[in-house]
Design a protein. Structure first.
Length: 562
């Protein structure tokens, strides 16, 4: 009798084991759907000055219906409003109200393309730098002062109990793009050093329901720099997560199942069609990251459009000048220029990766050059007028295996100027260093490696493609301009892996200016530095192409504002 009873118990245990094993196999066949996290779990704070960042709970993902704030470098705060909320703030001057009712001016910064959220920037007041935690500020009108509630206003004081902590820029998923094949996720804080990447096997892609914290987890496909490629969730998983909520996408390290904070929302691609190219695909486009370049933009666009660039993509890194009106004016004149708001600091490599990925069907070749860089061949000087086939001839004559054209740079100095030359950089800066420095590239987008790895100057290519250097072409890089312009570089370097000018690191790097210190203080004799050889070839050619000589022997250039 005892033996029968023991046998019954053993059979019951085996049946339970088989059931659990079958259930595990069913879940692992797609992604892994995980139930909502127990809402009683406490959120672990992410502090601004800590090097280690405690993880957040899966359910602690900001909803799409509330504003939230990100603490950026240099104590800048980026506030993102709910989609379509800008009208409530459009006609008022705004302030950020922080804990202890401290305030600072808030300025409209732009609209995030992927989410439709309006953003404002303000500065965290210095007295709050040492107070923890860093709480998200409220955006208020300047017509309401923090103590107005004592004068009968209905505007309440800052509520420290309900204000969430600010998200930290040092560890954050900040954007995502759904392609027909996969999802590209952009994240700060995982791969912190150039050339050192997490093993892709350590990275998980996490799709989260904002409403209840349910999550579907998949293995990442690629992980390099700040770019991570993930599979789309299955339709079954997506419908399950999206049934009553927005779906966000994040990343997690396999050894730590909690995902990092995320701003990115997942939406399936509109047209999942593989390997199709637009019939009106442009041959050559240009992509660049910009900050306060409105005064230079017309010259750069008009020149490059005349030699064959068909479309211009500007990644706006939080410009505070007249970029918008300048782009609108160029559009009105027939130039195909678009501005993409990209407020994320020190993300130039990721911005170029984004540009390469989203424009592969739009452009065959992309020139990744800055607004102070001009592609030029001395042979073009024999032409009395520019020709839009000039750049096309470069890419059409190379072999089919060439996926990238590398062009060396000549670096020009201030050339004796103390103020910005009104008729353009090509006209004012005519003295340069003798030796060529660095290079930039024109890249065939279809040849770019799926990792999208780049060093700003060039991309990693797929197997079977090669890079070719063209000695017959050069880039005039107007790098060392008058001090009032050059000192703006001290604000922040845009490259992820290049140290800022004020950081006392990598002192011998070619990314530094020879003889320049760590503070924005004009060196003696700056106006005549980096002048080793006079070079007026591009100046003379562009005067012939775009200039009208006036009575005082001054040339009025096509790009000058009337």
């Amino acid at each position: 009798m005892v033996k029968i009873k023991n046998l019954s118990i053993i059979l019951s245990i085996l049946s339970l084991f088989c059931f659990l094993f079958s259930y595990y196999i069913l879940l692992s066949s797609t992604g892994t759907i995980k139930p909502a996290i127990n809402q009683s779990r406490q959120h672990k704070s992410i502090h601004a000055v800590q090097e280690s960042h405690p993880p957040i709970d899966r359910h602690h993902i900001i909803t799409s219906h509330q504003p939230y704030a990100i603490l950026l470098p240099d104590w800048e705060v980026l506030i993102l409003l709910p989609p379509h909320a800008f009208s409530a703030y459009a006609h008022s001057k705004m302030m950020c109200q922080f804990q202890n009712n401290a305030i600072s001016a808030a300025f409209f910064s732009g609209i995030i393309p992927s989410s439709g959220r309006t953003s404002f920037r303000c500065i965290l007041p210095k007295p709050l730098h040492r107070i923890r935690p860093f709480l998200s500020p409220r955006l208020i009108s300047t017509s309401i002062t923090p103590d107005s509630s004592s004068n009968g206003s209905e505007e309440p004081q800052f509520d420290s109990y309900s204000a969430p902590e600010m998200m930290r820029w040092t560890r954050l998923v900040y954007d995502a793009v759904a392609t027909p094949e996969d999802v590209i996720i952009f994240a700060k804080g995982l791969n912190k050093r150039s050339g050192t990447n997490l093993p892709v096997s350590d990275v998980e892609c996490v799709y989260l329901s904002v409403a209840d914290g349910r999550a579907a987890t998949y293995a990442a496909i690629n992980a390099a720099q700040e770019v991570f490629r993930c599979p789309h969730p299955t339709s079954k998983d997506f419908n399950f997560l999206n049934s009553s909520s927005v779906v966000r996408v994040s990343l997690a390290i396999a050894t730590n199942e909690t995902p990092i904070p995320t701003l990115a929302t997942y939406s399936p691609p509109c047209a999942p069609v593989k390997n199709t190219k637009m019939t009106n695909q442009s041959l050559i486009c240009a992509c660049t990251m910009v900050f306060n370049v409105a005064k230079f933009l017309r010259e750069w666009v008009i020149y490059h459009a005349s030699i064959g660039v068909e479309k211009f993509f500007l990644y706006d890194n939080g410009s505070e000048d007249e970029l918008g009106p300048t782009v609108s004016q160029l559009l009105g004149e027939g130039y195909d220029v678009s501005s993409y708001y990209w407020p994320w600091p020190k993300t130039q490599e990721a911005g170029f990766s984004h540009c390469a990925a989203v424009n592969e069907q739009t452009c065959q070749w992309m020139a990744f050059i800055d607004v102070d860089e001009f592609v030029f061949s001395p042979a073009w000087a024999a032409s009395h007028q520019p020709n839009r086939s000039m750049l096309a001839s470069l890419v059409e004559l190379i072999g089919r295996k060439v996926g990238q054209i590398m062009i060396d740079c000549n670096e020009f100095g201030p050339s004796g100027h103390r103020t910005h030359p009104k008729n353009g950089v090509t006209q004012g800066y005519t003295c340069r260093r003798k030796s060529k420095e660095r290079h930039k590239s024109i890249v065939q987008l279809g040849s770019v490696d799926p990792s999208l790895v780049n060093s700003v100057h060039h991309f990693k290519l797929k197997d079977g493609f090669e890079t070719k250097r063209l000695p017959s072409v050069q880039i005039n890089h107007y790098k060392y301009q008058v001090w009032e312009e050059f000192r703006m570089k001290f604000r922040r370097r845009v490259s992820t892996y290049v140290v800022d000018w004020k950081d006392k690191l990598n002192l011998n790097s070619k990314d530094r200016a020879p003889g320049l210190g760590f503070e924005p203080v004009e060196p003696d004799g700056w106006a005549y530095k980096f002048c080793e050889e006079n070079d007026t070839l591009l100046r003379d050619m562009t005067r012939q192409w775009f200039g009208t000589e006036e009575s005082d022997r001054r040339f009025k250039m096509k790009w000058e504002r009337t």
